[in-house]
Design a protein around this ligand. Structure first.
Ligand SMILES: Cc1cc2nc3c(=O)[nH]c(=O)nc-3n(C[C@H](O)[C@H](O)[C@H](O)COP(=O)(O)OP(=O)(O)OC[C@H]3O[C@@H](n4cnc5c(N)ncnc54)[C@H](O)[C@@H]3O)c2cc1C
Length: 438
């Protein structure tokens, strides 16, 4: 089978690349391992957002500046493309440390499939990829795929890897992030298990293994975990306004860097868990408010407790200590650390350790506490690419014929985060353009 472009993975990055190229006349084959399209994109809130400037990208994304720039520079083109096809786009809204729009994501993905089919290509489901194929000169010329009907070699001028990262593999998480990451709660599609990275490295590409970062949130445990609506319902996004204590009872990070960064830092703490503590002001201002305007506001404490979360609401510090101790934390030290924070926030913010970059307000004494666990949505350490989404070899040169986009492409973010859908669509478009479909 021959085509202009082979895309492996039909989530946000893969379908955006496929649709972009097909709209410009490419015959595209999309290979999807699952029985349906969409990956984590269809589980998402659909808010395509990113940082609002290069300095904020560097401050909050913390990744390779050149790759972060691709996201920023391609974002307007991506939004214009979405709008040009009649996809519904909300008014602009603030998201975490950036800004974006809620789009009709299902319409976008299905429209990409229609464009692929209209241009003579197609999408195949329940198909795995055994290996990438190379010619004698070392150029990737397609892939050997396996479906119910047997093995099919797909020959393509260019191949894009877009299988969504490796968060679905406990083994790879343990190897590449930290041993504690083996047991993380998974907050994404379960199919993304590092296949793109395996295929790319076997073909001679380099895995950005120094990048241990990932996007995720701190969540409470629940017997309902795995039901997709709880991925956002149990996420304690307001941890960036709260305090976090590890099992030893100490603060261990600047909570104000963001809940996603707190989630990353918590993986390196004992049992990858913490107590998140906040007060009435934070409860009323953040823990019961919209996270983004397109999502309904929820009382995060109430939802957590109703779904089996471990929590306490009290004005009594002794009760707080008892709660922490009963859940395997050093309650006495936690209370001591809280007192130190209260004193520092009032009379010595400059000496707080860890510091608080964005705010340091003493808690008002009406406490809410929950035991929270790191949950992972997608990994940042993928294949090394250049700013054209071309996969790189270990000598820094390009592996011809092979591109990577979305969570398979490593390095745009470090331990921060500036949008997953934007990362996917901007690198999807970039990869299609590099493949010749401007
Ligand atoms: C609950 C939740 C909420 C989110 N909310 C937002 C949000 O509001 N805004 C935002 O910016 N981001 C959000 N995200 C993140 C966003 O969804 C992802 O960053 C984005 O979907 C990544 O795109 P991708 O194409 O790399 O991966 P995916 O969209 O996951 O697509 C990967 C695809 O590859 C397929 N695949 C895996 N292995 C293979 C293989 N071997 N062969 C073929 N196919 C394979 C998978 O089945 C999947 O279809 C959210 C994610 C979740 C889970």
């Amino acid at each position: 089978m021959e085509c202009d472009l082979l895309v492996i993975g039909s989530g946000m990055a893969g379908l955006s690349a496929a649709g972009w190229a097909a709209e410009r006349g490419a015959r595209v084959v999309v290979v999807e391992k699952a029985s349906t399209r969409g990956g984590s994109a269809v589980l998402s809130g659909g808010v395509v957002w990113t940082a609002t400037s290069a300095s904020r990208m560097s401050m909050y994304g913390c990744g390779d500046p050149g790759l972060g720039d691709v996201v920023l520079q391609t974002y307007p083109q991506a939004l214009a493309w979405i709008r040009s096809r009649g996809i519904q786009v909300s008014p602009a809204m603030n998201v975490l440390h950036g800004r974006g729009y809620a789009i009709d994501l299902i319409h976008h993905l299905d429209d990409c499939i229609q464009m692929v089919e209209k241009a003579g290509g197609y999408i195949v489901y329940e198909t795995t990829t055994e290996t990438l194929l190379k010619d004698d000169a070392g150029k990737v010329i397609g892939a050997r795929t396996v479906c119910a009907d047997g093995t099919v070699d797909v020959i393509a001028a260019n191949t894009i890897l877009a299988t969504g990262g490796y968060q679905g593999s406990p083994e790879l998480r343990a190897q590449n992030i930290h041993e504690n990451a083996r047991n993380l709660l998974l907050r994404s599609n379960p199919v993304s298990q590092g296949d793109g990275i395996r295929l790319g490295t076997e073909a001679g590409g380099v895995f950005n293994k120094d990048n241990k970062g990932f996007y995720g949130h701190l969540v409470t445990k629940s017997p309902n975990w795995g039901e997709e609506r709880y991925y956002t319902g149990l996420s304690q996004y307001h941890s960036d306004h709260s305090l976090l204590f590890n099992e030893q009872g100490f603060r261990y990070c600047d909570e104000t860097e963001g809940d996603h960064t707190n989630t990353y830092r918590t993986v390196f703490e004992t049992n990858a868990r913490a107590i998140v503590l906040w007060d009435k002001r934070i409860q009323e201002t953040y823990a019961t408010a919209h996270v983004v305007l397109s999502a309904p506001p929820l009382d995060k404490y109430k939802v957590a407790i109703e779904n089996g979360g471990e929590g306490v609401r009290t004005t009594n510090v002794a009760e707080l200590e008892k709660f922490a101790t009963a859940h395997g934390f050093d309650g006495a030290q936690l209370v001591k650390s809280l007192a130190e924070y209260q004193e520092g926030a009032t009379n010595g913010w400059e000496n707080l350790n860890p510091p608080r970059r964005e705010s340091a307000v003493p808690l008002d004494g009406e406490y809410y506490a929950l035991v929270v666990y790191s949950a992972i949505t997608f990994t940042f350490g993928g294949l090394m690419i250049d700013t054209g989404a071309r996969v790189l070899k270990d000598d820094g040169t390009v592996l011809p014929g092979l591109l990577a986009a979305g969570s398979d492409a490593g390095g745009a973010y470090g331990i921060g985060y500036a949008g997953g859908l934007a990362l996917a669509i901007t690198f999807g478009i970039t990869a299609a353009q590099t493949a010749g479909w401007k």
